[in-house]
Design a protein around this ligand. Sequence first.
Ligand SMILES: Cc1cc2nc3c(=O)[nH]c(=O)nc-3n(C[C@H](O)[C@H](O)[C@H](O)COP(=O)(O)OP(=O)(O)OC[C@H]3O[C@@H](n4cnc5c(N)ncnc54)[C@H](O)[C@@H]3O)c2cc1C
Length: 406
Amino acid sequence: MSDRARFVVIGGGAIGCGVAFQLAEAGITDVLVLEKEPALCAVTSAQAAGLVGQVRSSLERTRLAMWSVETFSRLEQESEVKPGWRQTGSLRIAQTPERVREFHQLIDVAHRAGLDVALLDREAARRMWPGLDFGPARAILWCPTDGYLQPADLAASYRHEASRRGVRFRTNMRVTGFRKEQGRITGVETEDGVIACEYAVNAAGAHGYHLARLAGLELPVVPVRHHYVVTTPTDWLRPEMPVLRLPDATLYARAEMRALLLGGWEPQALSLDPRSFDPADPLPPIEEDWPVLAHFMEQFRPFAGSLADQPVRRVFTGWPTFTPDGRFVIGESSRVPGFVCAVGCNAHGVSGSAGIGRHLVESLFEKAPSAYVRSLSPDRFARGFDWNEAERAARGVLETYYAIGH
Ligand SMILES: Cc1cc2nc3c(=O)[nH]c(=O)nc-3n(C[C@H](O)[C@H](O)[C@H](O)COP(=O)(O)OP(=O)(O)OC[C@H]3O[C@@H](n4cnc5c(N)ncnc54)[C@H](O)[C@@H]3O)c2cc1C
């Protein structure tokens, strides 16, 4: 064995870095993060819009997002390396009576979780986003502690804080397999030799299926395309303007400095069967899909008028992973002891990263992890699944991302 660490985290994206940070926070510092790319945060996390929303339909997901916000605020205040956290608040707009009813349910969940949210009138919303037409809004939900950050800055902040406590990070180091004794993980094989470990954490994003397979598990971690545009700068956008969510138009937006960042959830998503590419291969490239992206701009027009005509400067796109039940996969496999999962981000792996890391620590070290954390275990797929059905269901999670009750 060329090296050893109690924990080897495979993948240096938002989730791998968030897990390393949370392990260090819990006093577990004999941790080595391995990333195959020359830099951290180089793959899916680099593409993320960085939106951090806490208003969710379940209490557990709301709490997980609140932990993330608490962590980002603390890092922003206390760390020498800031995550670039902008606590702008967010506005969520209802256009239908059903959506207004959903907002009341969301408010109830938020209040039970201790999250401050309130309904705003159009005038108050207009003062925050002058120039936007709030005419189509039947209700506007304001969450003052939401915001956004830059994923690369977040990864750098996690790295700094974890390294300060003794965690090691190594880039240009690809994991190629696992060593086991009596079924238990004892080491991680890399292109540069074997690293002995007690736990191997799969935080390999869109390669999460492959790493699980190498360890002897079949997991439905399905890459599904997601994308958004950033326009050229405008006169009237400011980075401190709240994040917008327009669920009935299946859109989200925020200011990216003085430009508009606009993304959405299309009704017919595009997925990848992870069995169709090799663990050693880079992820398949994604072509810019102008019909879908132009549709996002058209959907935005009733609110934004001429802003919907702003030229697009850049398209961001990637393969976040989805699971058939739309839930994270967190925790140790009972079939492969020592193999721990932190995959299946369902498109909120950046915002969820601190909460995911915290759940992972809870799943491993708390005497009685919560029923919610236990329900995220990779063991839920132990009875097998049908790949076609899993892929269809995973796409469905993206397609219904802003559906009522999602
Ligand atoms: C366009 C777009 C917009 C998004 N917007 C948001 C948003 O606003 N908010 C939000 O929370 N989320 C957003 N997401 C989702 C978010 O990007 C993902 O949930 C998150 O990046 C997942 O992080 P990760 O660490 O699992 O994956 P990654 O960032 O892909 O990290 C996995 C890492 O594992 C490494 N790896 C893989 N195999 C190996 C190996 N064998 N050995 C060593 N290393 C390996 C990879 O190189 C990679 O760096 C968005 C995604 C996209 C594509």
